[in-house]
Design a protein around this ligand. Structure first.
Ligand code: NAD
Length: 440
């Protein structure tokens, strides 16, 4: 559904009027296209404190394809290495580094602060590093003009290149609707990526709920990145599913994911195993708890959570999920913040977060498989087009970017989790919500 307000503020009279009324000013977001795959402008690499990873970080930033320029007057991206900030006094260096340059950043810019996990043994280091989280989340809320800010924590002893896929994603148009996020990397070494333009080539990915909406977009982005995709949706959606499959050169698998034999049918459709498993299928059956019959509760838990647990377990233990595989589940900001009338939905989506955090480390230790989740905010789909006007407008505007996201924004985040270079990204829940005020 078209966002008419975003269109209005893109016109001179509309901008004048809405500014006079003190209304939100959403900037059109620059997303990935074949013609503009990168940020347009140089990258500024700054350091606060004594960093032990300066050289490694410089190598990784050079690999992003952006021009690193210490004198850039109008940087498209700013990376502040704050891993060496180990005391509260050191925070002054964070201010000193960013205060003079933040205003000069180009519209649609990216600020990435690099930190390190807060220590459980040194509370001064922990205070300083945790301070970066509040700093970045506030910066995301104030920079405006379609710019974003994130914190990436790199642990001591991280493998060379562990942060590359994450910085490539965050310092690109692919992360247009991601802001105010904290990503904590592990020390795992990245699996090799032969071609950065097609990081999933030779890999097989399965996407559930792919006949339409976010799932169809995920399938399309994974295919763009070189994967052979199997698209799954309920038999009633077969026509749309086949259309999606034909468009992408994908394989259609009409199947209800709650069927008892779902994992076996998926395994049969992927004789060489699966490299990427995306749990996207999801439903809502909203009612306040006092009015919610047991069947509405059960349907939502079954589709959104139980089937995710069942199929993941079975595909892992049967070995269908190949070594080095990637599981990406779909949570929601409702699972973080809760929502009126959505006790069933929010419970199911919070359950997904529990699954990801618990299974991620074990799956990586045992099979080199990562398990992560996207938590979309307000995304423009048929699901949100059905939301009443007032609530829909509130959902669109109540985030730092003052607009709804598009299915492709979620798809780009899934593709980042899915790629071989993202081995150090595990057990994470990435909100793709424009830094929604809900659950902030
Ligand atoms: N749209 C949003 O703003 C938003 C926000 C947060 C989370 N999400 C989540 O993102 C995912 C996709 O949402 P969407 O907006 O594209 O929804 P959608 O309703 O447009 O698409 C969901 C798809 O899942 C399929 N599906 C439902 N039950 C299934 C089952 N049992 N087996 C197989 N397929 C099934 C549907 O047929 C449909 O094609 C869902 O998990 C949803 O909860 C969406």
């Amino acid at each position: 559904m078209a966002d008419r307000y975003l269109h209005l503020t893109g016109t001179a009279p509309g901008r004048f009027l809405t500014r006079r009324l003190g209304l939100p000013q959403p900037a059109p977001l620059r997303r990935w296209t074949l013609e503009t795959p990168r940020l347009e402008g140089p990258l500024l690499h700054l350091t606060a404190g004594d960093s032990a990873i300066s050289d490694e970080l410089a190598k990784v930033l050079a690999a992003t394809g952006l021009t690193v320029d210490a004198q850039a007057a109008r940087p498209a991206g700013i990376v502040l290495d704050a891993t060496g900030v180990t005391s509260v006094r050191g925070l002054a260096e964070v201010h000193a580094a960013l205060h003079p340059v933040v205003r000069s950043q180009a519209p649609g810019g990216r600020i990435v602060v690099i930190g390190t996990p807060p220590s459980s043994e040194d509370h001064h280091q922990a205070a300083a590093q945790q301070a970066l989280e509040g700093f970045v989340r506030s910066l995301g809320k104030e920079i405006g003009r379609g710019s974003t800010a994130q914190l990436v924590r790199i642990p001591a002893g991280a493998a060379p290149g562990a942060a590359e896929s994450t910085l490539r994603f965050l310092l690109s148009p692919r992360s247009a609707y991601v802001s105010g996020q904290v990503i904590e990397l592990t020390t795992a070494a990245p699996d090799p990526v032969a071609d950065q333009d097609a990081p999933l080539s030779g890999r097989t990915a399965l996407v559930t709920g792919a006949a339409r909406g976010i799932g169809a977009s995920v399938a399309s982005v994974l295919a763009r990145d070189g994967a052979h995709v199997i698209v799954l949706d309920v038999p009633q959606a077969q026509d749309d599913l086949v259309r999606t499959a034909d468009r992408l050169g994908a394989t259609a698998l009409p199947l209800d994911i709650t069927a008892p034999d779902a994992a076996a049918r998926i395994a049969a459709a992927a004789p060489d195993g699966l490299d990427v498993l995306v749990h996207n299928a999801g439903i809502t059956r909203d009612r306040r708890l006092a009015n919610m019959p047991a069947d509405r509760w059960a349907q939502v838990i079954d589709v959104n959570l139980d089937s995710v647990l069942r199929t993941t377990d079975e595909l892992l233990t049967s070995g269908t999920l190949n070594r080095g595989g990637r599981v990406v589940a779909t949570a929601s900001i409702a699972g973080i913040a809760g929502n009126n009338g959505q006790t069933n939905y929010a419970a199911s989506k919070a359950g997904v977060i529990g699954l990801v955090r618990s299974l991620g480390p074990r799956a990586a230790a045992e099979r080199g498989v990562t398990v992560n989740a996207v938590a979309p905010g307000f995304i423009e789909t048929k699901m949100t087009a059905a939301v009443p006007l007032f609530i829909r407008e509130a959902g669109r505007r109540m985030n730092s970017l003052s607009q709804g996201g598009l299915p492709v924004d979620v798809a780009e985040a899934v593709a980042w989790f899915a790629q071989p270079g993202s081995a150090a990204v595990n057990g994470q829940v990435l909100r793709v919500c424009g830094q929604s005020l809900l659950g902030a």
